[in-house]
Write a protein that binds this ligand. Structure first.
Ligand code: SF4
Length: 901
């Protein structure tokens, strides 16, 4: 965990966090006991020392448990030379028999730029097709498409620095507090230093981000374009047009306004359709019009839609008409999901792109890239986008697939069909750092890759800032860098000279040179000043925002300052937007709307964050949020197991009832998969409908039903040993501090619970004793298994899902020996001393639980988050829990007031 800086620490590396697109710089050091420590790097411009709970817990993920150590063929350990020989034979025979288009790659925004570049070069120049797509298709391809329409290039105009220089931040479809926590922290800080800064949150859900807003517009799902078309009209009607800018730098304003008038002419009707009060809509529009410095930050709530491209353009239109772009403190600013989603876009990692922001459809670009690569081929048309790619496998058009650094069996929409495709694939190669994922389980060939801490290369964050990721530990087994695996295989396929790289620096220099080739300012992406980095310069590369040219070698903070864009006319394009409803409306059978997203402390499919005991305490079980009215309607109470079903699949998860979701909406996180739960793959429910322009799936809108699932018994089990409980009807596991936690439930009650408990928990050890309690009439069973005086495991069973809190019991596992009073209360599941039950973890950094915080607020009459921090340290490190501390404070103090009354 992050702690205050200890000067005696040995600094191992200054690198970047491998999780979200904020791209924080971190310092990795070694503590006195040889343990890794990770803290924010004060010198990195993306975070200036800040860090979030995921970044702070990185040190807990640095072990080799579960790592893929060696290449494998059909589950049997092999050697690199044997797997390359097999891959080469199979690729050649498949291409000979079915043509070049029959092989494909599916890669990841987790890859470093050099890995991405080599993969893209291999497919587009040497296999000769564009069948390489990336999981970034799932999170920001609508932004790429929209920015290309508006600016002629996939250019993010803004910088994080604009947060410090703006007067209004509009957060749209972005739970920034949880998904980009360091940006959230920066906004909070900006509010302190700039009293004129207002924040508006536009989101159907009441998220933790609303904590910093002066206005939360809880719009009806999917009505973003209507809202921004309405804003466009408001700006026009109120004369908030930047006429000189529009006259000289923008085209398409008339058509965009005409379309906006068609959909959003009447403000009252816009308010009604968006589910807002007229007054709040007017206040938002007036605020936007009044404050010249406006920054619109948007994320997956906008992008993950079948009209995501249009939604992004509806936002950009407002900034173009009002000239709020290219100047400090203003602009439309996309927050990217993954650490190198931007780097992937830059190297052309999507199936409809060429390298260095060049276009597949452009003959000059194709010839320029082919010449640079000295390649036998150059892809001439777009390849399969992610959803289409897996359909092409099922249609027998793609026979060989190479998956790198991603887990499509979990993360793709309608993923039972994706799993069917992976199983159907004639030759499936999966390259990953982890041995067991839902996707590796289906592969013919497994290739062990390096992971964070072992890899060297570059990444680009949301603000175009290129930074180094630096290695600081050895790879286990025979794992190799992704770029090296791809290069060695390309050489095996006969392209020796073209992939004769000796380091990531060789690759980066080649790539940087390509970006500058015949560019002269004609293309946005130009890092030609980095084309000849020597080892020292590459190693000490300072974070810099592209373009990085000889004219401007330190990089570029803000784009479009000169009002020139990369369209043929040099002018930005406003796009006529006709709002569209989601592809699949709710029906009588599926009357609710499922929204999906991230939680604060987990990342993607939990392959790394699932290793951290600290990060599993915030939410330890797959869940669905539903509104109290819906809970009542469907006879569901808190903690029930529920089945959520759609046309495409169904899951069984825990119900959490909350007013944070609107009536008619469910929210479920994307992280759980078959390694962590019996049936919680939320993307198995999600419709495969995509945006027709970007190909981005509609993750935020799937019609579903919900019903309570009745089991014969419910229980939980805590154990120092990892157990195999996959035979249970329902199970959910996570790693705690020195223990494994299992939530379980079954359809049939065992004849003798004590026998069953021994089957589940027993291991042949001396000195074992059992404590047991069984209430026949209540059908309640509780048992603890002790080795000496040490709690080794315990099991609690009930005929209903309402069981004691696990927190105090989990704390007992930290004790080397149990005291008599611990033993006395063990099977009640509750300490006789309330202060010993910290409750569910709120502050991940300092392990401060909800009960502790509530007690402190009550006892000390605490009124501010700062006072909580002073008393308990909660919220004083990464700050990710501050919204929850604020909510607790409000709840407790309101309750206290009521009690006083
Ligand atoms: S905000 Fe958190 S997850 Fe994202 S890069 Fe920074 S430390 Fe990593």
């Amino acid at each position: 965990m992050t702690e205050s800086v200890d000067v005696s620490e040995e600094i191992l590396s200054k690198t970047t966090c491998p999780y979200c697109g904020v791209g924080c710089g971190v310092i990795v050091s070694r503590g006195k006991q040889g343990e890794y420590k990770v803290r924010g790097n004060p010198d990195h411009p993306a975070n200036m020392g800040r860090i979030c709970s995921k970044g702070a817990a990185l040190s807990e993920t640095l072990d080799d448990e579960g790592r893929m150590l060696h290449p494998q063929i059909n589950g049997i350990q092999s050697t690199w030379s044997d797997v390359f020989a097999l891959m080469s034979k199979r690729f050649k025979s498949i291409i000979n028999k079915h043509g070049r288009d029959s092989v494909a790659m599916y890669v990841s925004g987790q890859l470093l730029t050099e890995d991405y570049y080599v993969a893209n070069k291999f497919m587009k120049g040497f296999i000769g097709n564009a069948n390489i797509d990336t999981n970034s298709r799932l999170c920001m391809s609508s932004v790429v498409a929209a920015q290309k329409r508006a600016f002629g290039s996939d250019s993010v105009p803004c910088s994080y620095e604009d947060i410090d220089r703006t007067n209004l931040i509009v957060l749209v479809g972005s739970n920034t507090a949880w998904c980009h926590p360091v940006i959230y922290q920066r906004i909070r800080q900006a509010q302190i230093t700039n009293p004129n800064l207002d924040v508006v949150v536009i989101d159907p859900r009441k998220t933790s981000t609303c904590d910093i807003s002066c206005m939360h517009l809880a719009i009806s799902p999917g009505t973003d374009s209507l809202l921004f078309n309405g804003l466009l009209i408001y700006l026009n009607d109120k004369g908030e047009i930047n006429k000189p800018f529009v006259d000289n730098c923008v085209e398409g304003a008339d058509a965009a306004l005409e379309a906006a008038y068609e959909s959003s002419a009447e403000m009252l009707s816009v308010a009604k359709k968006c589910g807002l009060e007229l007054d709040e809509l007017e206040r938002f529009y007036a605020l936007f019009a009044r404050k010249e410095k406006v920054l619109t930050l948007y994320s997956q709530g906008i992008n993950q839609s079948s009209s995501g491209t249009d939604k992004v353009n509806s936002i950009i239109n407002c900034h173009l008409l009002s000239g709020r772009i290219g100047r400090p403190g203003m602009g439309p600013f996309s927050l990217t999901g993954q650490p190198n989603a931007m780097g992937g876009r830059e190297v052309g990692g999507l199936a409809n792109q060429l390298a260095a922001h060049m276009d597949l459809e452009n003959e000059e670009h194709r010839s320029l890239v082919q010449q640079h690569w000295q390649s036998p081929y150059i892809a001439s048309h777009a390849g399969y986008k992610a959803v289409d790619l897996f359909e092409a496998i099922l249609d027998d058009k793609v026979k060989a697939l190479w998956v790198i650094g991603t887990n499509p069996a979990v993360s793709m929409p309608n993923n039972s069909r994706v799993k069917e495709a992976l199983s159907h694939c004639e030759f499936l190669i999966v390259q990953d750092c982890m041995q067991n994922t839902d996707t590796t389980d289906l592969a013919h060939v497994l290739l062990p890759a390096q992971t964070w801490g072992e890899r060297n290369g570059m990444v680009t964050n949301s603000e175009r800032c290129i930074s180094r990721q630096r290695a600081f530990r050895e790879s286990p087994g025979t794992a190799m860098a992704d770029w090296k695996i791809i290069s060695k295989f390309a050489q095996k396929m006969g392209h020796y000279k073209e992939f004769d790289y000796t380091s990531p620096r060789d690759i980066f220099n080649e790539y940087a040179a390509l970006s500058g080739k015949e560019n002269n300012g004609s293309r946005d992406f130009d890092i030609s000043a980095c084309a000849n980095l020597d080892e020292k310069a590459y190693e000490s590369f300072v974070p810099s925002q592209w373009p990085i040219t000889f004219k401007n070698p330190v990089g570029t903070t803000r784009l479009f300052q000169d009002g020139k864009f990369f369209t043929p006319s040099g002018k930005a394009q406003m796009i006529a937007i006709t709002p569209r409803a989601a592809v699949n409306p709710t029906t009588d059978e599926y009357p609710l709307l499922l929204n999906t997203g991230r939680i604060r402390d987990q990342w993607h499919t939990m392959t790394r964050t699932g290793k951290s005991p600290t990060l599993t305490t915030h939410f330890s079980e797959a869940f669905v949020h539903l509104h109290p009215d819906d809970a009542k309607k469907y006879s569901i109470v808190d903690d029930d197991l529920v089945c959520v079903a759609s046309l495409w699949g169904e899951i069984t998860v825990r119900a959490i009832i909350t007013e944070d979701v609107p009536i008619g909406m469910l929210f479920s996180p994307i992280h759980w998969n078959e390694q962590y739960a019996s049936n919680a793959l939320v993307d198995s429910l999600v419709s495969p409908a995509c945006d027709p322009i970007s190909g981005q799936p509609e993750f935020k809108h799937t019609p579903v039903s919900i019903r309570q699932v009745q089991k014969a018994w419910y229980g939980f089990l805590l154990s120092r040993r990892q157990l195999d409980l996959s035979a249970q009807d329902y199970w959910n596991l996570n790693k705690g501090n020195g223990l494994w936690r299992y939530e379980i439930a079954g359809n049939e009650t065992p004849k003798v619970w004590s026998d069953n408990a021994r089957n589940l928990l027993c291991a042949n050890e001396d000195n074992v004793s059992w404590m047991e309690y069984f209430d026949q009439s209540a059908q309640t069973y509780r048992a603890a298994r002790l080795v000496g005086d040490n709690l080794e495991s315990c099991i609690f069973i009930s005929p209903n899902p309402h069981l004691p809190s696990r927190d105090w019991l989990m704390a007992l596992f930290k004790k080397a020996t149990l005291a008599d009073k611990d033993k006395m209360f063990l099977l009640s599941g509750r300490s006789n001393d309330a202060s010993e039950d910290a409750g569910v973890n709120i502050c991940a950094c300092f392990g401060v639980g909800k009960n502790t915080i509530v007690r402190m607020i009550n006892e000390m009459n605490i009124n501010s988050v700062e006072e909580i921090g002073k008393s308990l340290k909660a919220g004083t490190n990464c700050g990710s829990c501050i919204p929850e501390l604020t909510a607790l404070l409000n709840n407790v103090n309101n309750k206290t007031t009521l009690e006083k009354w």
